[in-house]
Design a protein around this ligand. Sequence first.
Ligand code: GDP
Length: 198
Amino acid sequence: MKINSAEFIISNSDAAKCPKDRLPEYAFIGRSNVGKSSLINMLTNHKKLAKTSARPGKTQLINHFLINKNWFLVDLPGYGYARVSKSTKAIFQKFITDYFETREQLVCAFILIDSRLEPQKIDVEFINYLGESGIPFCLIFTKADKLGKTQVQKNVAAYKKHLLANDWEEMPQYFITSSEEGTGKEGVLNYIENVNND
Ligand code: GDP
């Protein structure tokens, strides 16, 4: 899919105030600093659509972007960064779980995972939460340029092993990206396009 237009629509911390349009939407979420803003900017060909920040955990809003005037890309707050106080961090803040539990337009959530790390408890908890809630999701392994290809594959295989050992029957659909090198973009965009056309 080619991105012809990407416009910021609204930011808020209340799932009930998200746009009323019935356009399909795709949400991006992950631990703070996982590379979410960089990925969104890469996907949409913008340098600054999503704000990259040197201060992890700063964005605490649900941001809607209208893409090609026919679907929403939703930038959700990063979770689980230690420097944010417990009260603001509150593992999976209520407005985020409200979003997932009420947003009927949500077609798929993309959970971003740092490809360099072994499975992190909070990511696996989030994966389990979406699984138990019956919300379709994919994984995106980010920052792949920081490792060799073989090592990325090894880490993905280790992730799969971990999920299978934790009651998952199969590895969810996944993508490997590098915003630094601009790789993995077509895989994610084509996936969205195919699901939208189904
Ligand atoms: P966010 O907090 O998840 O939105 O993460 P950002 O997109 O702001 O990125 C956090 C840090 O990781 C920044 O210093 C980025 O430059 C860096 N980063 C993000 N994506 C990549 C990537 O694909 N490769 C490399 N090497 N660094 C990245």
